[in-house]
Design a protein around this ligand. Structure first.
Ligand SMILES: Cc1ncc(COP(=O)(O)O)c(C=O)c1O
Length: 442
């Protein structure tokens, strides 16, 4: 790709205009491990930038550079930065107290909203992160079935606890050496004997696992659209088969809707694909940027928490600050759902197809997939069907493209996933496509 010859020059230019970020990153690294607060943020190029504020689709760094933001804090900012309604609700609540460690009106109000929106949720419970909510769901499944094993899919991310942080992004070599066993993502993780792993969209493999282990499986957990590895949709019939097999074997089906929730549709992937799980996990978009997550599901399971048989605890669970953000965000999304989601999807599709066309015209081998509000751009010749397909993508080329966009004032995540918010306008999309044209023109 000829534009790559200009990338060293662009990188030097970006470094020149982000000196304030570099100084801060070097200072941060002395006291803060790695200089960032989540391992996934380490891969930013040329180095992690420091931001001061954002508004709508735009975010500004400490050096005064403004970017049209398609990273959206890795997904939560469904309404964009500093949405006025959410900000007002949070500020109003902050002046009354950040937390009580006790009951307040927002708890049942937001719960009622959620149970009216989410198909599987007769009841819900709150936590602060998706990671925690996933663990409550798995614990409920174990308690309800009396079984210990669960199944996850290769490439799916369910937070950073040992039992789920395996076979997330293994290399081809690691997959080969593991011989079907879960591959831990890093050092210090305990070996997982209760976690089984199969490939996404492989119906035959799924059926085999159920034949062999069905009676021992407490749960199957999946991202109903595989957003963490290429935004891979389920093949037609795959989720229905998953639902049928779990029902036939008394296994709890858990949809991890941390990304898809309130993004694919108001009712998440379970509404979009028309398959209702037993339990689901929601985070990111639900709080519009506040630290809040939800686990919800059918009464027969949630009753175990209600009766105190399954423990679900947390000092900040359901804190009023987070629920104020959540209530304001859900209020807006549900009030405007009939127009907001079609518009979000249409704008995202225009951006996705526009980027694909520009990259193709420049001679790149590119493939894009996903939904309007969350999609993937990969330099590979055909859309991925499984995680292993994504290993064919040219990541170094994407990293160069992302660096070029950064120089043009467009902020994207390093892994090729793009998020859109309701604050992005048609003018933002046009400007971004123009920026992409300039990048590939070299
Ligand atoms: C699908 C999915 N599940 C769970 C998590 C973990 O959520 P959190 O980072 O809030 O712990 C993430 C985070 O990116 C996610 O994408």
């Amino acid at each position: 790709m000829s534009f790559r010859s200009r990338i060293p020059e662009r990188e030097a230019k970006v470094q020149g205009k982000t000196r304030g970020s570099l100084e801060r990153f070097e200072r941060a690294r002395r006291a803060l491990a790695g200089g960032v607060s989540s391992s996934l943020r380490r891969s930013a190029r040329p180095y992690p930038l420091f931001y001061t504020h954002g508004a709508g689709s735009m975010v500004e760094d400490v050096d005064g550079n403004r970017y049209c933001d398609y990273g959206l804090a890795w997904g939560p900012l469904i309404l964009g930065h500093a949405d006025p309604e959410v900000t007002e609700a949070v500020v109003r609540q902050a002046s009354r107290g950040l937390t009580f460690g006790a009951q307040h009106d927002l708890e049942y109000q937001v719960s009622e909203l959620l149970t009216s929106i989410i198909p599987c949720a007769d009841q819900v419970c709150f936590a602060s992160t998706g990671t925690e909510a996933v663990q409550v769901a798995l614990r409920l499944a174990r308690a309800a079935t009396g079984r210990m094993k669960f199944l996850k899919f290769e490439g799916h991310y369910h937070g950073w606890m040992d039992n789920v942080l395996c076979s997330y992004h293994p290399t081809a070599k690691e997959v080969e050496l593991a011989g079907g066993h879960p591959v831990p993502a890093g050092r210090g993780q305990a070996p997982q004997t209760n976690t089984l792993v199969v490939e996404w969209n492989d119906q035959a493999a799924l059926q085999r696992v159920f034949e062999l282990h069905g009676k021992d499986l407490a749960a199957v957990i999946c991202e109903p659209m595989l957003c963490n590895s290429g935004c891979i949709a389920p093949q037609p019939g795959f989720l229905a088969e998953l639902r049928a097999l779990t029902l036939a074997h008394g296994t709890v089906l858990i949809f991890d809707e941390v990304i898809t929730g309130f993004r694919l549709d108001l009712g998440g992937a379970q509404t979009w694909y028309g398959v209702t799980p037993d339990l689901c996990v929601l985070a990111k978009a639900i709080g519009a940027g506040a630290a809040v997550s939800v686990m919800g599901g059918k009464s027969e399971y949630m009753n175990l928490i209600a009766k105190g048989e399954v423990v679900h605890a947390g000092t900040l669970n359901g804190n009023p600050l987070a629920l104020a953000a959540c209530g304001a965000c859900l209020g807006r999304l549900s009030r405007e759902a009939s127009t907001l989601y079609p518009a979000l999807r249409a704008r995202g599709e225009r951006l996705r197809s526009g980027l694909e066309a520009i990259l193709r015209q420049s001679g790149a081998t590119v493939s894009t997939q996903g939904d309007g509000a969350v999609f993937q751009v990969s330099f590979m010749d055909a859309p991925a069907r499984t995680y292993r397909d994504t290993l064919a993508a040219d990541r170094a080329l994407y990293s160069d493209f992302a660096l070029g966009l950064l120089d043009e004032g467009v902020l994207v995540l390093p892994d090729g996933r793009w998020y859109l918010s309701t604050a992005h306008t048609d003018a933002d999309v046009d400007a971004t496509l123009e920026a992409a044209r300039r990048v590939v023109a070299g």
